[in-house]
Design a protein around this ligand. Structure first.
Ligand code: ADP
Ligand code: MG
Ligand code: MG
Length: 895
């Protein structure tokens, strides 16, 4: 049998269903599902051309596969029979919409054409049949505009200018005020302009129109804004392979005051609250709501105007939520008092809303805890941990204006008026608020970098609002008090502002302030705390078998933190510190000076003398971290970076300044600088290699750790301190350093009367360390994979230089992912697996974790779980996301 390309829906039945998203796209699959039992909702009939055709279309150099035309003709016949009208009929024409839809929703990124099938003759038929010429001519002018713009590439502005001109003659503002004659005039002018632009008449043959529209929708898959959207949202083109095309009978929201169009969310997509949130525009077509050209009314107005429709849509809302077990985003249209469903999908939501809905739906028994945990993307949690306005400063500030609170969070920055300006200012390190009448998909890049988005028109379902929520960017929209006074000026609530002036917007309240308001960090509490508690539970209870056959229980999230961040890590729920970088403790004065003196020492004696000065500083810092973590693991890495990083003397001026600060001659610094300077410091004299040449450095650090722990113990504080040795390539390094450390610890115990013991572990950062992990494990109580270096050394890519070529690699798909962002399973993952197998062959329960940048990346966390690591450690701000990602890894592995 030939491949089936086209699927019908309508007449209470459908050939597809919701499970066919990969073939029909989300829109097509859900239309089919809504049309058939058990939902049996009022959906206008139509058919969907599959995503396979989109792939074929590009494979064949923008040509359709054989047999498609015939199949579409057959289905159009079926649609015409079902609806009882014919495409192109001069008396009573069928009009259709031609809609795009990929397997994952990309709102507004691809093209849709409405009212197709109208021409100079059928418009008269439609006018007569409906006894509503105004409607017919409005539909025709919309069609010429959409088709001309979307399918034929005539600039949007050229149409808008014509409308504006006609409106100006009578001084009217809104489109619905246009009368029949004016609409006829617009159609005439549109056609003239079209002919001038395209060198041919506007197509009158509905078949030509339909295939033109189908081609435009397939073509829109590769338009720049769709490509950008996929890139920004990490939509993998190997999984989401193209768009489907749905052709369906039109229903009309623009037939008068008992008609209209709406967009509804079954729960509030901004806060997650369980109340119906819908917007409705009387006498309008769907694209008017989305484009934000008119500000719609709240659904409660529909309740008054058409109570029966309101009741019906409310019932549908409840049924769809029960069916899909998730919040629904719905499009509907009312044609002369009759309701039609045009789309439903799992709605996009902000991070806070995602968490609230997940927690609420578990309480409502709509979903399980595990489903709830899979509902929220780890990245979305960042939005809950975004800074908020400082409460006091906010109270003191006076709002200039108030719009719709479309996407929560605090945004403060300099005004820009275009996406290009936003991108430019962002590059210059400035924070911006994008202020516009409305936004369109062309503004994506600018919206992405903005701290906040403010628009003067459009509702909570306008483009600006939907996209901002997806990005987690604060947004206030439909703020009528924002008036564009000139090219580079705007007045907000009567006060005038120029490009570059500072304003603040509060996406949670919709308020706009003409000043800078300071922001404060957030906390894990309320629903988020409950939610992450479930994640912790699932990880704690988890159990799996590693590829090498070992059983591992639990999966912890630790933080990479020094004394300043330890408190944050604790607040965000870290189970401990997986990496405390001792060199970070010397960034501040007076510690830096004493550390630099130690580095420029010429003799061991001199160095020991200078180390003595450092000891109390280190002890104090360690003590504070141990205290802050209340008995949780604190893993302290001994000095790692090359020493030259601390002797900055690239220029004579720098050298002079440093010499003065350290109280030595210039020549001393110059000589030291030359001595320490390395061709490839990343592979130079660093890490435990320093301790092989200068054992006293690590000995001092170990002494500080032991003394700090002893102090904590004497004060009755709980402690679990671990010592970690970096850059190990051979077990002999570790053996020697371990013996030296044990001797120091024994001395401290003797002196202070304690009996402290410490785990001493090894970082695994080089292929050689992984290959000899069985030997290293004899001297290590734990391994921590330093995956930044392990990636550098496995690939032979320098992290400081790879930016020169990584983009070419990714663009040409030589690599599919940036290996410094997402752990490379095939290479680096194999190294980790090897170390796991060999290390645990020596010590069955060897504790394993990672502390590289990858520890906060969800895909990498999943790999770490699979490989049998006991924990991941990441930056404190990534801890909540990692707690969730870890739980998701556990749940996915069970499936
Ligand atoms: P998008 O993916 O950008 O939302 P859609 O294909 O959903 O594009 O269509 C754009 C607008 O046109 C929506 O508001 C939709 O409800 C409306 N629309 C689409 N098809 C029809 C139709 N057959 N009858 C009436 N309105 C329609
Ligand atoms: Mg839509
Ligand atoms: Mg390293």
């Amino acid at each position: 049998m030939a491949t089936k390309y086209v699927y019908f829906f309508g007449d209470g039945d459908a050939e597809g269903d919701e499970s066919m998203r990969p073939i029909l796209g989300g829109k097509g699959a859900n239309l089919a599902q809504m049309a058939k039992a058990p939902l049996s909702l009022p959906v206008p009939p139509g058919f969907t051309i599959s995503i396979d055709v989109c792939q074929e279309y590009y494979k064949l150099g923008k040509k359709y596969p054989k047999g498609l035309k015939e199949e579409v003709a057959k289905y159009l016949d079926k649609l015409e029979t079902s609806f009882g009208k014919k495409l192109g009929d001069e008396k009573d024409p069928l009009l259709v919409s031609v809609r795009s839809g990929a397997a994952e929703s990309m709102p507004g990124m691809m093209d849709t054409i409405l009212n197709l099938g109208l021409n100079d003759k059928s418009v008269l038929g439609l006018a007569a049949k409906t006894n509503n010429p105004r409607f017919a001519w409005d539909a025709y002018r919309r069609f010429i505009q959409m088709y001309g713009n979307v399918a034929m590439g005539v600039e949007h502005d050229k149409f808008e200018k014509i409308i504006a001109k006609v409106k100006a003659i009578r001084g009217i503002k809104e489109d619905p005020e246009l009368n029949v004659d004016e609409l006829k005039k617009i159609v005439e002018d549109y056609k003239k302009m079209y002919k001038k632009e395209k060198g041919e008449d506007f197509p009158q043959d509905p078949q030509v129109q339909m295939w033109g529209a189908i081609g435009a929708v397939f073509g829109s898959w590769m338009n720049p804004r769709a490509i950008t959207y996929r890139k920004l949202n990490n939509i993998d083109e190997r999984v989401i392979k193209g768009t489907a095309v749905t052709v369906m009978a039109m229903v009309f929201g623009n037939m008068g005051d008992t008609s209209g169009t709406g967009v509804a969310f079954s729960r509030d997509p901004s806060t997650g609250e369980n109340h119906f949130m819908a917007e409705y525009l009387i006498n309008a077509q769907g694209e008017d709501v989305v484009a934000g050209i008119r500000t719609p009314m709240d659904i409660s107005a529909l309740e008054k105007q058409q109570p029966k429709i309101f009741k019906q849509i409310t019932t549908i809302r409840n049924r769809l939520e029960k069916h899909y077990h998730d919040m629904q985003d719905m499009e509907f249209t009312v044609q002369e008092g009759k309701l039609f469903m045009l789309q439903c999908r799992n709605g996009k939501r902000t991070g806070p809303a995602a968490v609230k809905m997940a927690v609420d739906m578990v309480a409502e028994k709509l979903i399980t805890k595990e489903q709830a945990l899979l509902r929220v993307k780890p990245d979305q949690l960042d939005q809950l941990l975004h800074p908020q306005f400082d409460a006091k400063a906010l109270k003191a500030a006076k709002a200039l204006a108030e719009g719709l609170n479309a996407s929560p969070g605090a945004g403060c920055g300099q005004i820009v008026f275009t996406a290009e300006e936003a991108v430019e200012m962002d590059k210059a390190g400035k924070k911006v608020i994008l202020v516009r009448k409305e936004t369109s998909p062309d503004d994506i890049a600018g919206m992405y970098v903005a701290q906040g988005i403010l628009t003067s028109t459009g509702g909570r379902t306008s483009h600006a609002a939907v996209v901002a929520r997806g990005m987690g960017t604060p947004c206030v929209c439909g703020c009528a008090a924002v008036v564009f006074s000139g090219k580079d000026t705007v007045t907000i609530g009567g006060k005038s502002f120029k490009k570059g002036d500072f304003i603040s917007i509060d996406g949670s309240t919709g308020k706009v302030y003409g000043e800078t308001i300071p922001v404060t960090p957030a906390n894990v509490s309320g629903d988020l705390e409950t939610f992450l508690g479930w994640a912790d539970e699932i990880r704690a209870k988890s159990k799996r078998t590693t590829p090498s056959g070992k059983t591992v229980k639990g999966f912890d999230v630790l933080a990479n933190a020094e004394q300043n961040e330890a408190a944050i890590a604790f607040r965000f729920g870290a189970a401990g510190i997986g990496l405390c970088r001792t060199e970070h403790m010397f960034f501040e004065e007076p510690k830096l000076t004493s550390f630099q003196k130690m580095i420029i020492s010429n003799t061991t004696e001199e160095r020991k003398e200078n180390l003595k000065a450092i000891l109390p500083y280190q002890e104090k810092d360690f003590y504070e971290i141990i205290k802050a973590m209340e008995g949780r693991a604190v893993t302290i890495r001994l000095l790692d970076p090359p020493l030259n990083e601390f002797v900055q003397a690239e220029t004579p001026e720098l050298a002079k300044a440093l010499a003065k600060k350290l109280g030595v001659k210039n020549s001393v610094i110059e000589k030291k600088y030359a001595e320490l300077n390395e061709h490839n410091p990343m592979l130079g004299h660093r890490g435990c290699r320093l301790a092989i040449t200068y054992p006293e450095i690590y000995e001092t650090q170990v002494e500080a750790i032991a003394r700090a722990t002893a102090k904590a113990e004497k004060e009755g504080l709980a402690h679990d301190v671990r010592i970690m040795i970096p850059n190990v390539t051979t077990y002999q390094e570790l053996k020697q350093i371990r013996e030296q450390a044990l001797a120091v610890i024994a001395n401290v115990n003797k002196e202070l009367g304690t009996s402290l013991k410490f785990q001493i572990g090894s970082m695994i950062e080089f292929p050689r360390a992984a290959a000899t992990a069985d030997k290293i494990a004899e001297y290590a109580d734990f391994f921590s994979f330093g995956t930044n270096d392990l990636t550098q050394t496995t690939f032979g890519f320098s992290r400081d230089d790879y930016s020169k070529f990584i983009d070419s690699y990714l663009d040409q798909k030589v690599l599919l992912q940036d290996p410094f962002k997402t752990l490379d399973e095939d290479g680096v993952g194999v190294m980790i697996g090897l170390a796991e197998e060999k290390g645990r062959a020596t010590k069955k329960n060897l504790h394993l974790g990672i502390c590289g940048e990858h520890g906060g990346d969800p895909a990498s966390i999943e790999l770490c779980y699979k490989l049998g690591l006991n924990y991941v450690s990441c930056s404190p701000f990534r801890v909540p996301a990692a707690r969730l990602a870890g739980a998701q890894a556990v749940i996915k592995s069970k499936k």
